[in-house]
Design a protein around this ligand. Structure first.
Ligand code: 0RA
Length: 641
């Protein structure tokens, strides 16, 4: 007879060493241990359930945020195998949760395309949890295993009851270890947005999210889209005005690689093209995107020539022309994806370029032939974009020539700093001339440049590049930044390390800030993505007591500060009116001085959410904006993206 216990002990040591390595260097496995890493744990577990769905055995997944911020993920798949694993001599459930490299091929060796840590996810989550409970429903029986303090088995897989034969699936509950993570509070919205995305990307799969910390939430929200990525395109175009009714959906498969794309043009000027591989956003594109872009440009040009919309003498449409106002989702499911680039956000598999090109060009050509009216609208749109491109190029050349003559003065508005090393320089874009005046007097003229804005800035969500370039305010900004715009944009030429938007803490101020952010996001996106954009935070209150002056940013800070004071002091509290009413010294001390100011960095964690928010806030459609503001009113503080 084999000595089972001996066998187990040997493994046990190995197992604990493996999980201990995860606890020592969690960043290697989940990136960070901040709020992002905390949420990452959920996706590792959900990924396993998605794999079971992609294998065709699961059609419902439920995510529950429990009281106390533990997470439950339930699926109705086949259930993790419960038998003894031949390699480890312990149950497969326990193996999957405690052996670091038990991923992928455990159990049946099924077809597996999801992203994440490719099957080691469960053990990584276990290693980083205070406790984990796994329940498996299978063949009329209920099994349970428990782990504590970084993955130590406290209850081996045990049969704990019976259930109906038809009931199968896996339920996992885990509580992240507060010793590992900076925060232990889950954000419903963050989980919801990704769960909705997973529902769009996996048509027919239903996903539910419920918040049991919230007494009022007893049903949660369920997302299920029969139309898959077509419905994603429809959703992304809600705040935009589509120029044709039908959402074009094309798909194909070859050698186990699934490829699909959905698209619809809208009347706007920016494009929203997002691509995914195995449900992961490939934000740096790759071969699947390249195939589609190449085919899109070729098919539209061919069609426009064939129908004589594009005459012989006309230049061909460019890749930029054919993507203006295009909302598109590209989704590829690949059994062996190669992710490339610094952030692994690029698909490298070369065979996908061909597949994407073939599937797209055949399907799209067919669509244009069968729908001549839509085809005409689309081609006309791309031809208008081409004309605007030429006009913008001329305008750009004009403004470049002008700025060559006038490098120092910038139309008289920019008060530049003396320092020439961009990494030490910052520029304040200031609302109004009077605040601009105080800022110029109060600044550190060595490193701080000031650009006062006179009028309201143009809403670029409703304007093409050529019109934006005709706008004085925007031209000054482009010249000041030094990066150029459009085709000749060059991030390395940015003249300031920090671009600081300084507007009042009122509704007008927020409006100007959103207009500026829209401009930066649409026309200077790499500047935002590289983290160069900040919002200054002028204080809302000034609290004086005795000789002490304290500035605070909001009501909560004011109340906290007042409560901290000796009850005998008599503070007389001033509500600050606006930037324009502060003198140079006050403005410097409260908002500009690097020793005392509070800046908020504007980040783009999620490009899709940012795009959605800008279209919503700045686009043509009124109704979605009304709804968005209504729904977000309680969170108005967090509106910035
Ligand atoms: C491999 C084989 C079988 C099921 C699974 C994996 C499976 C894993 C997970 C992880 C979360 N939920 C899951 N659901 C299923 C099938 C084995 C069998 O049919 O006995």
């Amino acid at each position: 007879m084999k000595d089972e216990s001996m066998h187990y002990n040997e493994n046990d040591i190995q197992v604990l060493e493996g999980l201990e390595a995860v606890r020592k260097r969690p960043g290697m496995y989940i990136g960070t241990t901040d709020v992002k890493g905390l949420h990452h744990l959920v996706w590792e577990i959900v990924d396993n359930a998605i794999d079971e769905a992609l294998a065709g055995f699961c059609d419902h997944i439920e995510v529950i945020i429990n009281k106390g911020n533990s997470i439950t993920v339930k699926d109705n798949g086949r259930g993790i195998p419960v038998g003894i694993h031949p390699k480890t001599g312990i149950s497969t459930v326990e193996t999957v949760y405690t052996v670091l490299h038990a991923g992928g091929k455990f159990g049946g060796g099924g077809y597996k395309v999801s992203g994440g840590l490719h099957g080691v996810g469960a053990s990584v989550v276990n290693a980083l949890s205070k406790w984990v409970t796994v329940t498996v429903y299978k063949e009329g029986k209920i099994y349970e295993a428990k782990f504590e303090n970084g993955g130590k088995t406290t209850q081996k897989l045990t049969e704990i009851g019976t259930c109906e034969l038809e009931r199968t699936g896996t339920t996992v509950t885990f509580k992240p270890d507060p010793e590992i993570f900076d925060t232990d509070i889950y954000d419903y919205e963050t989980l919801k947005v990704r769960i909705r995305e997973l529902a769009f990307l996996n048509r027919g799969l239903s996903l539910t999210i419920r918040d049991d910390r919230d007494e009022k939430d007893d049903t949660g929200e369920t997302f299920m889209y029969e139309g898959g990525i077509s419905e994603y395109v429809k959703f992304l175009n809600v705040s935009k005005t589509p120029i044709h009714d039908e959402i074009i959906h094309l798909e194909g498969e070859e050698d186990g690689i699934m490829f699909e794309v959905a698209m619809q043009y809208n009347s706007g000027y920016s494009d929203s093209i997002y691509s995914f591989v195995n449900n992961i956003n490939t934000h740096d594109g790759g071969t699947h995107e390249e195939g589609v872009r190449r085919a899109l440009t070729r098919v539209i040009n061919n069609y426009a020539r064939k129908t004589n919309m594009l005459k012989e003498k006309d230049e061909s449409l460019t890749g930029d022309d054919v993507k203006e106002g295009l909302t598109m989702i590209i989704s590829c499911k690949h059994p062996n994806p190669q992710f490339e680039g610094q952030t692994k956000g690029r698909l490298g598999n070369s065979e996908v370029r061909k597949l994407a090109d073939n599937v797209f060009s055949e399907g799209f050509e067919r669509f244009l032939m069968e729908n001549p009216e839509e085809a005409k609208i689309i081609v006309e749109k791309t031809m208008t974009a081409a004309r605007a491109r030429v006009a913008a190029k001329n305008a750009r050349e004009l403004s470049r020539r002008k700025s060559d003559l006038d490098v120092v003065n910038f139309g008289g508005k920019l008060e530049d700093c003396k320092e020439k090393d961009p990494s030490l320089c910052e520029i304040f874009i200031v609302e109004g001339d009077s605040a601009g005046g105080s800022a110029i007097k109060g600044r550190n003229s060595m490193t701080q440049a000031i650009l006062p804005l006179r009028g309201k800035i143009l809403n670029v969500e409703k304007a093409r590049l050529d019109k934006a370039l005709a706008n004085e305010e925007i031209r000054t900004i482009i010249t000041a930044f030094g990066t150029g715009i459009g085709d000749n944009f060059d991030l390395s030429k940015l003249r300031y390390d920090k671009i600081i938007i300084m507007t009042d803490a009122d509704v007008d101020g927020s409006h100007i800030r959103v207009l500026l952010l829209t401009l930066f996001y649409r026309f200077f996106r790499p500047i935002v993505e590289a983290g160069h954009v900040y919002a200054a935070q002028p204080p809302l209150y000034c609290i004086k007591h005795g000789k002490t002056i304290k500035y605070v940013l909001n009501d909560a800070e004011k109340d906290a500060y007042l409560a901290s004071l000796n009850p005998n002091t008599k503070p007389d509290v001033l509500r600050m009116k606006g930037l324009g009413e502060m003198d140079a010294e006050e403005l410097n001390e409260t908002t500009m001085d690097i020793k005392t100011r509070v800046l908020r960095r504007i980040t783009v964690d999620d490009a899709i959410a940012a795009d959605e928010a800008f279209s919503m806030l700045m686009g043509e459609e009124v109704e979605p904006r009304r709804k968005f503001i209504e729904e977000n009113a309680p969170y108005a503080q967090n509106l910035d993206i």
